[in-house]
Design a protein around this ligand. Structure first.
Ligand code: ATP
Ligand code: MG
Length: 651
């Protein structure tokens, strides 16, 4: 342990297992060697304009840019003077090639219905809906809310917006009417596209009902388009609400893609809100499309013959970047699934992997922890041999969960890419390259070409290897957010004012002697026990490595002697939480990390409060651990009853 008065964040997660890619994987990969990576990375650091200018030749432009990189952070612009269209790059340019009749989207509904859209099909549907949008009075620069289930019409609507230069704002279908109204108001949306309802665990999620309610509080919305998905009964308001299928019937399938400025706003996405009031992150056309295209190719090693499946919801940035824009810009086949991973049973994902012969599979640690809890029998029932690459995103992954993913899903043959990035960064920032990097459980390894991270103290001083600190970016990158919609001051204050000259979005991390990065979680979550700064992630990882533990969330609470005590909320694989087990877990953490990390309190709970994207909301647990009233926004919480139960069980 280092000097307890030091302000650095300590991380004692000692993980030294390394998994290099196989020779055959490397030989076939887009980026094949450390040397190749290093050359790209150095070049991009020293000459970002030259590097990204060259990368941008991979996109189709109506007019080339005047300047690749225009201005410094925070107000950097990319490819100024250029004219481009994201939908054109995701669809039209593939029609001139053999990919015209290739599957662009393979979709499966929760009840088991399937649809496959070739690039030509997608083009036709997108053009038709673009014409529908125009007919309803939506033009370039207007905002359109998409509040839809995971059905092909969502992809079609996104790309139709992009085609005519309308800015989409997608709201996850699990959000409430109030959340929709807030976001409609913030974006001043003109139109909402929704569905009668969507399927989730065999039940209908009544989307149109929520839209009706939201519109009482969001007067900017003039019209609503409704996809008929489940056949649920809905009220259609005359001259306001229209059925998708009625409008599409008469629509022309011809609609040229509008040449848009590189910096034209492509979409607004409100972040999940693990840390407070949702922020309207704005992404623009050229830089975002380039970032998602190149990172999809590098990180997922996308090949034409791959069936690629990202299990995220399109309501999150992962779905935007890695179900739609990134894969389609590459001309890949992307899969989309409507429903829950445990419907009709816990084998659903693996059944789909077997059925569609999925090659690349990208999911979140929260899902992996659920799979582990459900037991190995489910994946073991299916043939997963088509898989060649696995990915994870969203939270730090506990080494225990990583090893399970590696063994049980990857059959010890698939590289795992642990991808660190944010809604704000638009595309993946740090990740192993599957043909290059020796992976190690719990580390997102190295920055991608063009990404220049650093670990700094609060005054912006670079920290030496292994002494953790704040994770910042020292150079701009094409897919970075450009503003928070309608609140540029908040944008500056949130990301750029904290650490001079850098982008900072709130995570703590450590870099080791190999140059690998270890994300320690949000800086606000870091514990300070007797002057020692501990990452919640390592205490949680220690707990999860115990046989009986399914999931753990660790928070600090005010402690007279230590400053902060350690409170652990633990869910068990089976329901047998005893006082002896509490003691055993305390000792287990003590032995895995050290006396300083010994938990003060262990609390068993049936579930943990999570955002709707599946991330543990520690800030709420902090209030519970401290016995405080809950403060702050809970609208993004998945299940409010979890909180009520936690409070009831208060010690
Ligand atoms: P909000 O910003 O509204 O509180 P959020 O940060 O959860 O919500 P996202 O942009 O979806 O919204 O998530 C980005 C954050 O997720 C990162 O800042 C980081 O804390 C975490 N994260 C994402 N991927 C990884 C990863 N591979 N390893 C560790 N942490 C990750
Ligand atoms: Mg965030």
């Amino acid at each position: 342990m280092t000097n307890p008065s030091s302000d650095s964040i300590e991380n004692v997660l000692h993980e030294n297992r390394k998994f290099p890619p196989s020779e055959s994987f490397s030989a076939a990969a887009h980026i094949k060697s450390e040397a190749e990576y290093q050359e790209m990375w150095d070049r991009a650091k020293d000459d970002p304009a030259g590097f990204w200018g060259e990368m941008a030749e991979n996109l189709d432009w109506f007019e080339k840019w005047d300047k690749v990189l225009d201005g410094d952070m925070p107000d950097t612009k990319w490819f100024t003077g250029g004219k481009i269209n994201a939908a054109y790059n995701c669809i039209d340019r593939h029609l001139k090639t053999w990919r015209k009749n290739k599957a662009a989207i393979i979709w499966e509904g929760e009840p088991g219905d399937t649809r496959v859209l070739t690039y030509q099909d997608l083009h036709r549907e997108v053009c038709k809906f673009a014409n529908v949008l125009k007919q309803l009075g939506v033009g370039q620069g207007d905002r359109v809310t998409l509040y839809m289930p995971m059905i092909p019409e969502l992809a079609i609507a996104m790309l139709a917006c992009a085609r005519i230069g309308a800015t989409h704002s997608i709201i996850f279908g699990g959000f409430s009417a109030d959340a929709v109204a807030d976001r409609n108001n913030d974006a001043q949306a003109k139109l909402v596209v929704t569905a009668d309802a969507g399927w989730r665990r065999g039940k209908q999620v009544p989307l149109k009902v929520a839209v009706d309610e939201s519109l009482e509080k969001s007067p900017s919305v003039e019209k609503v388009v409704v996809v008929q998905r489940t056949g649920a009964e809905v009220t259609m308001v005359p001259d306001r609400d229209y059925w998708w299928h009625d409008l599409m019937k008469g629509a022309s399938a011809e609609c040229e893609a509008t040449p848009l400025d590189s910096e034209h706003p492509l979409f607004i996405l409100y972040t999940s809100g693990s840390t407070g009031k949702p922020k309207g992150v704005l992404h623009t056309t050229a830089g975002y499309t380039l970032g998602t295209m190149m990172t999809s190719k590098w990180v997922f090693d996308l090949k034409d013959e791959d069936t690629y499946w990202c299990t995220a919801d399109i309501g999150w940035v992962t779905g935007h970047s890695y179900i739609i824009y990134g894969p389609l810009a590459n001309g890949a086949t992307t899969m989309m699934y409507e429903g829950a991973p445990n419907w009709p049973d816990e084998g659903r994902f693996w059944e789909m992997v077997e059925k569609h012969r999925v090659n690349i599979f990208y999911t979140a640690p929260t899902a992996i922890r659920a799979f582990i809890k459900w037991g190995d029998d489910w994946p073991n029932k299916y043939d997963l041999s088509s898989l060649r690459l696995l990915g994870t995103v969203g939270e730090p992954i506990n080494p225990e969960a990583w090893m399970w993913y590696h063994k049980v899903i990857g059959q010890e043959a698939c590289p795992i890419v642990d991808t660190w990035w944010q809604t704000e960064t638009g595309s993946i920032m740090m990740s192993p390259l599957p043909g290059v990097t020796a992976t190690t459980p719990g580390s997102c390894t190295k920055p991608l070409p063009g990404i220049v991270p650093d670990i700094v103290s609060k005054d912006g001083t670079s920290q030496p290897d292994n002494s953790g600190g704040l994770l910042v970016m020292r150079q701009p990158w094409p897919s970075m957010l450009r503003t928070l919609y309608g609140d540029h001051d908040r944008f500056l204050a949130t990301y750029f004012n904290e650490i001079p000259g850098c982008y900072f979005a709130g995570d703590g991390a450590r870099r080791d002697e190999d140059g690998y990065y270890w994300i320690m979680g949000r800086v606000d979550d870091v514990l300070n026990v007797s002057g020692h700064r501990l990452s919640t992630m390592e205490v949680e990882s220690a707990l999860v490595s115990h046989d009986k533990v399914a999931e753990a969330a660790v928070v600090g609470f005010p402690h007279d002697l230590k400053g902060e005590g350690i409170c652990c909320f633990v869910t068990l694989k089976t329901d047998d939480g005893t006082d002896e087990l509490k003691e055993e877990l305390k000792q287990h953490v003590r032995h895995s990390i050290g006396a300083i990390a010994t938990p003060d309190t262990i609390r068993f709970t049936a579930s943990l409060p999570k955002t709707r994207s599946g991330k543990i909301m520690r800030r709420l647990l902090r209030d519970i651990a401290a016995g405080r009233e809950l403060v702050g926004d809970t609208t993004t919480l998945e299940d409010l009853s979890v909180l009520a139960k936690l409070r009831e069980s208060e010690e």
